[in-house]
Design a protein around this ligand. Structure first.
Ligand code: ADP
Ligand code: MG
Length: 356
């Protein structure tokens, strides 16, 4: 049974969809697939708010039937959309942390759908992702506000959540020796014990920060197999400003979250079965907890919202103060254009439907 799904801006929750391009090196091998794929994900209209998935299936009489499923978003980005175009649509949201808002931007999708490209991006300036762009923009905004008497302090934190355990991507020395605990303070601030908080004095420092995190992930990978796609990474920029001229002050934060791959894993047959099963359960649990929290927050009235189940995962518990109250949330649904990934794309789209 097919139904149209309409996603609209609801409260402070927005959902974008970005379809990545076919990668150049894959083009030859997937040429046929490429053609199929393009027919499967369509971008109707000029508004860039809708995608259409089509799936053909054999009928009993030997013919074929085409099923067409439209999905609407607050914004849709086609494969050729640049990082700059994507950032243009999120920059207002990102910079609202300088006004004291708590902002969360999530990248959701299967492994290889473009989450890390969207969040961190490539090394060239044009390929820079949302993290470096947001930090640069926030520095520019705070410099402008300096003329009105505001002084700002910026700090960066970069964590990984793997199997419901927090690791510090900016840490030094031995890995995973410290147990990091989440503390919600009375002033609304969330702290994590024993993690590095880097003071940021200029936007260019964020490049080093991303590289430092990357080299740490690599160490993890050699120690305990590839797992960056099996973990969530949470970059947090804390911004606090005060204005001695007016006596005002504000504190906000921007969280950019590269979620673990949403694909369903085969959990049988592998040699490292137990570890895989544990990983899969941790990912399923935390992604569905995130879906539940966002769905609850999207309800209009407090009664409909009911109890928001933040405590069901480390991720939602860590971000509790950034998802509730004075906060804004954006989910970027990343999709692969490959025909081979169509089923996972459908699962992602269903998730997005649920959080609306
Ligand atoms: P994920 O983090 O979801 O596993 P990646 O961000 O690593 O996926 O993307 C998979 C591959 O596709 C990478 O090689 C990445 O550079 C490339 N890629 C993803 N999105 C784009 C894009 N919009 N433009 C160009 N290359 C992209
Ligand atoms: Mg990734």
């Amino acid at each position: 049974k097919l139904h149209n799904t309409v996603m609209e801006l609801k409260g402070n929750i927005r959902v974008f969809c970005r379809v990545r391009p076919i990668l150049p090196d894959k083009r030859a091998a997937h040429e046929r697939q490429n053609e199929e794929t393009m027919a499967m994900i369509g971008f109707p209209g000029k508004e860039s708010k809708e995608i259409v998935l089509s799936q053909s299936s054999e009928t009993a009489t030997g013919g074929s039937r085409e099923a067409v499923m439209p999905f609407s978003f607050d914004r849709v980005f086609q494969p050729q959309a640049s990082q700059a175009e994507v950032f243009e649509e999120i920059s207002q949201l990102a910079q609202s942390c300088t006004d004291g808002y708590n902002v969360c931007i999530f990248g959701y999708g299967q492994t290889s759908s473009g989450k890390t490209y969207t969040m961190e991006g490539g090394t060239s300036d044009s390929a820079a992702g949302m993290i470096p762009r947001a930090v640069k923009q926030i520095f520019e905004v705070t410099e402008e506000l300096a003329s009105k008497g505001w002084t700002y302090k910026m700090e960066g934190q970069f964590l990984e959540i793997y199997n419901e355990t927090i690791n510090d991507l900016l840490g030094v020395g031995e890995l995973d020796k410290k147990k990091h605990e989440i503390k919600h303070e009375k002033n609304g601030r969330t702290t994590v014990t024993d993690v590095v908080i880097l003071p940021l004095e200029s936007a260019s420092q964020v490049r080093n920060l991303l590289m430092r995190a990357q080299s740490r992930r690599t160490v993890h990978a050699t120690l305990m197999n590839e797992r960056s796609s099996r973990s969530h990474s949470v970059f947090t920029l804390r911004v606090s400003g005060n204005n001695p001229l007016t006596g005002e002050s504000c504190e906000g934060c921007l969280n950019l979250v590269d979620l673990a791959g949403s694909e369903r894993l085969a959990t049988s047959g592998a040699a490292n079965d137990k570890d895989r099963l544990k990983e899969t359960q941790a990912i399923n649990k935390s992604l569905s907890a995130l879906g539940d929290v966002i769905a609850a927050l999207g309800e209009k009235s407090a009664a409909e919202k009911g109890h928001v189940p933040y405590r069901n995962s480390k991720l939602t518990y860590l971000l509790q103060n950034s998802l509730s109250g004075n906060s804004k949330t954006l989910m970027v649904l990343n999709l692969s254009p490959l025909a081979a990934h169509l089923n996972e794309s459908l699962c992602s789209l269903r998730f997005a439907t649920k959080v609306n």
